[in-house]
Ligand binder design. Sequence first.
Ligand code: PGA
Length: 247
Amino acid sequence: MSRKIVAGNWKMNLDVLQARALYNELNGKDTDQDVRVILCPPAVYLSEFSINIKEIHLAAQNVSDQSNGAYTGEISAEMLNKMGVDYCLVGHSERRLYNGETNDLLYNKIKQLIKNNVHPIYCCGESLEERESGKERIVIQQQLKEGLFSLSADDLLKCVIAYEPIWAIGTGKTATSGQAQEMHAFIRQLVEDNYNTRIAQTISILYGGSCKPDNVNELFSKPDVDGGLIGGASLDANSFKAIIDSF
Ligand code: PGA
């Protein structure tokens, strides 16, 4: 059985006082043990948040593909692990777009994370143009093949996959639950084809893209949707809590 997960990606938002206030509200929340709650704050807040952490888990939004050394501005997977960070986003579409991150680079980041016991949350998703020309499956297949599927079966099981259609991120346009289910089932089938049924049924596949309290019930009710990667709606304690509680 795959684990249910709700992850909040704060992106480059919230000053320290706002971030602390939001974190304190969520950290005290009594959450159903069956749902794993993950927060991805900006990296500068990770060390402070890791000190008093309760039920929730911390994720970084990015990591270096190198282990250590003269890489100004970078953060290593080992640093994240020693700081108590359990997860890290890899391949978010904003990083693919603004930082030119390729599947090959992302695969190296994933290897660094796994070596250091941090779980990668590997993001994949197609653009509007790709969807309108019917290429969404080809795009996802390539992102998974090049970024993820060279891992061993044991290592793949340490990863989470997030399907985030780019046209739904921050646009207010969510994929319908039918579209999400179709792509999630496709991704699970790819995992089965490249690994086996047990791994396909165990890996968590999250949906991301304009998730809100009023649409997650429908999305999370789909059999292959194991949770959500939440951007905008994770910046408000009440809406993020409502999304967690919708499981
Ligand atoms: P959004 O972002 O919920 O604001 O659309 C999701 C994401 O980018 O992970």
